[in-house]
Design a protein around this ligand. Structure first.
Ligand code: P6P
Length: 346
């Protein structure tokens, strides 16, 4: 039986792979690892603990009601990252403005973290998998100063690392520093993340498509045509594709990472730019999926090449198996002129 490799051992063994000064990545990831374990503990007993389920009564800048665990996860991540002093600033889905540390050693932190501390949190009350998404950039501004806007609005091509935690039937940490993707499963009996999915690769093709078909009438024509293509009997198998939509981004993307598939959140009537946020959902997941051999675009442009304009910017997201994203893009191209993004059928 192969020796179990822990996350800490993996980082030490693969230090040469990481474009970081020795120890910086392990301190950054240990902060995320700690926060993930604490959040995992609360997520796993959410139904048992008074006053942890349900909404906090507040709304975030997205206008979404913040779940109590959203706020809890956000605080855990911020506190853990601040304590490690490698990070000079944090952008979070849960905070209207960026957090730029303005005193102490954190001022000298070389990195910025963008995060969605608990994505899919509306699923907590119904016991569906949820996730934490994070990306790590080098700061652009001078060390020893307070981080500036240019530090937080960097394109995905400037990422140095990204990953996600999925709190599901098991809890996994999946990340990349630009040298492939590796998945670690939490062994709750010892509280350690162990390498369980080395060198993850997204199958070039798949037979699952993930999209909220309730919005069908508002989809761009190219998306409608792609859905119908998936529902036609495939010449090779004589069967249509399978529709799988969990409604939790990390869970849908993770499944497609393993089995092959495509997740699409296109423009819709209520979200003409799509619902998902570029900085702390689409970019980190695009980085991971591309590192594993998949693709991620907004239906036309590579997500990692987009130039961010503001912290909570939304873009459409087509992400997953290369051949499936290629096909969906071909339909978007072919039918791009036949309908505006939002045209309700009469
Ligand atoms: P809809 C959860 O709120 C989320 O941000 C993603 O996790 C998920 O994929 C998507 O929104 C679901 O959105 O509009 O289909 O309910």
């Amino acid at each position: 039986m192969n020796r179990v490799v822990t996350l800490s051992e993996f980082i030490v063994e693969r230090q040469a792979d990481f474009p970081f000064a020795k120890g910086e990545l392990s301190r950054l990831l240990s902060a995320i690892r700690l926060a993930a374990k604490v959040v995992n503990r609360e997520v796993n007993k959410a139904g048992l603990v008074d006053d942890i389920l349900g909404s906090s009564g507040a709304e975030n800048i997205q206008g979404e009601v913040q779940q109590k665990l959203d706020v809890y996860a956000n605080n855990q991540m911020i506190n853990a990252l601040r304590a490690q002093q490698e990070v000079c600033g944090i952008g979070s889905e849960e905070n209207d403005e960026v957090i730029a540390f303005d005193k102490g050693q954190a001022l000298w932190g070389k990195y910025i973290v963008m995060m969605d501390p608990l994505d899919g949190s509306s699923n907590i009350d119904v016991n569906v998998s949820i996730g934490t998404i994070f990306s790590i950039y080098r700061r652009k501004s001078k060390a020893g100063t307070v981080a500036t806007a240019e530090d937080f609005l960097q394109p995905g091509l400037d990422l140095v690392a990204a990953g996600y935690v999925i709190y599901g039937s098991s809890t996994m940490l999946v990340f990349s520093t630009g040298n492939g993707v590796n998945g670690f499963t939490l062994d709750p009996s010892i509280g350690v993340f162990c390498l369980s999915h080395p060198n993850m690769r997204v199958p070039k093709d798949g037979r699952m498509y993930s999209i909220n078909e309730g919005n069908y009438r508002q989809f761009p024509e190219g998306v409608k045509r792609y859905i119908k293509y998936c529902q036609d009997e495939d010449a090779a198998t004589g069967r249509p594709y399978t529709s799988r939509y969990i409604g939790s981004l990390v869970a849908d993307v993770h499944r497609n990472m393993i089995k092959g598939g495509i997740y699409i959140y296109p423009s819709t009537g209520s979200n003409p730019d799509g619902k998902l946020r570029l900085m702390y959902e689409n970019i980190p997941l695009a980085f991971i999926v591309e590192q594993a051999g998949g693709r991620a675009t907004d239906g036309k442009n590579r997500i990692l090449s987009l130039t961010p304009e503001h912290l909570h910017q939304r873009t459409p997201l087509f992400i997953g198996s290369k051949n499936m994203v290629d096909k969906a893009e071909a339909f978007m191209e072919e039918y791009s002129s036949t309908s505006a993004a939002v045209k309700n059928e009469n």
